[in-house]
Design a protein around this ligand. Structure first.
Ligand SMILES: *Cc1c(COP(=O)(O)O)cnc(C)c1O
Length: 364
């Protein structure tokens, strides 16, 4: 591909000297698990999200899972999730022993539709897990209002939106807790696997700290049947470097998104992402909807332009969740998205020239 969907080599090229220095510092430290890099990253990332605690963990899925566990959610409980998310959101609920209850998104923003949440609440509902999908914040005020009225916890899935703002406040600090993924392709990406939970609830932070480390606070004194879900010290060192560049890199994504929005605004047959006036998205993906999606994707591939589909099969129709018994048609908005969404090339290293070529190729 002459224009890849995401350039994975460019981040190292740009930050080589800083990342190499972090690597050397880590290697020479002689301390490879839960050390100074982890503690410092946790403080810096908590500050960034505007919360008082951050606990580094192994990946985004484990972050979601430990957050659910920390709130005591388990067998017999129900957790409301978007019908159109990446399957990890659902899997975390399953890991905890609870049942994911899908709610359809708003078609314009792709995020969970708050007006549909209350109909999904039962006596077993314990939590809502909104996902800030594609870099766009979910509509958190009505979600928090519903949650407070029904005494539910809100756990944000902030895997795709590090740095996004909702009414001026950063995602990751809007619910009772938030889970973050630092998978390499995310806006804040490690050079391997990593994740975190952020919260301003000290008891929840402490419980996650213990759960990630075999359920023990004092070595060999195990309070809970915990997990080995520790963040890797080397990844924490790399993340500290990359956190310093996150806002600048998100700004570059926003510039490319503006180019797409302007260049494609009068294009027939293409539905552009809608940005509410309270949202400051960070464009993890730039997703358009096209009736003739497969043909357009094929044409772009032929022109050397890489695109992706996030996601081709909604979780309720995946083989993994056949046990829940949902038939085709159960969640028509999510199903329609799976058939029509296309993610255009996006990232902090996509040049203005290349974004212009993408616009031209789609218009042609
Ligand atoms: C990436 C992602 C996750 C999982 O993160 P990992 O670090 O890959 O475990 C969870 N939810 C969403 C929405 C994601 O995009």
């Amino acid at each position: 591909m002459s224009i890849p969907a995401l350039d994975m080599k460019a981040p190292y090229r740009e930050l080589k000297s800083e990342l190499d220095a972090a690597y050397a510092r880590f290697m020479e430290s002689g301390w490879y698990v839960l050390g100074e890099e982890t503690r410092t990253f946790e403080t810096e990332y908590a500050d960034y999200c505007g919360v008082s605690h951050c606990v580094g963990v192994s990946n985004g899925l484990d972050a979601l899972h430990l957050a659910l566990r920390a709130f005591g959610i388990g067998p017999g409980d129900e957790v409301i999730v978007p019908s159109n998310t990446y399957i990890a959101t659902w899997l975390a609920v399953t890991y905890a022993g609870a049942r994911p209850i899908p709610v359809e998104p708003n078609k314009r923003t792709f995020n969970i539709d708050p007006t549909r949440i209350e109909a999904a609440i039962t006596s077993r509902t314990r939590a809502i897990m909104p996902v800030h999908l594609y870099g766009q914040p979910a509509d958190m005020d009505p979600i928090m209002e519903i949650a407070n009225r029904h005494a539910l916890k809100v756990i944000e899935d902030n895997a795709q939106s590090q740095g996004a703002r909702y009414k001026g406040r950063r995602t990751g600090g809007l619910g009772h807790a938030a889970a973050h993924s630092f998978y390499p392709g995310k806006n804040l990406g490690a050079m391997g696997e990593a994740g975190a939970v952020t919260t301003s609830d000290p008891a929840i932070a402490e419980k996650i700290r213990v759960l990630r480390n075999y359920g023990s606070q004092v070595k060999y004194h195990n309070q809970y049947k915990g997990f080995n879900n520790r963040i890797d010290e080397l990844q924490a060192a790399f993340l500290r470097v990359k956190l310093h560049h996150l806002d600048a890199w998100n700004d570059r994504r926003c510039q490319r998104a503006r180019q797409y929005l302007q260049g494609l605004q009068d294009c027939p047959d293409i539905i552009l992402p809608g940005v509410p006036d309270w949202a400051q998205p960070v464009w993890h993906q730039f997703v358009v909807c096209l009736k003739n999606r497969d043909a357009v994707q094929k044409r772009l591939t032929g022109a050397g332009i890489g695109t992706l589909i996030h996601y081709p099969i909604p979780p309720h129709l995946s083989q993994a969740y056949s046990d829940l018994g949902y038939a085709k048609g159960a969640f028509p908005i999510a199903e329609d998205m799976a058939d029509t969404v296309l993610s255009l090339p996006m990232g902090p290293h996509l040049s203005a020239e290349d974004a212009a070529k993408v616009v031209e190729a789609i218009r042609g």
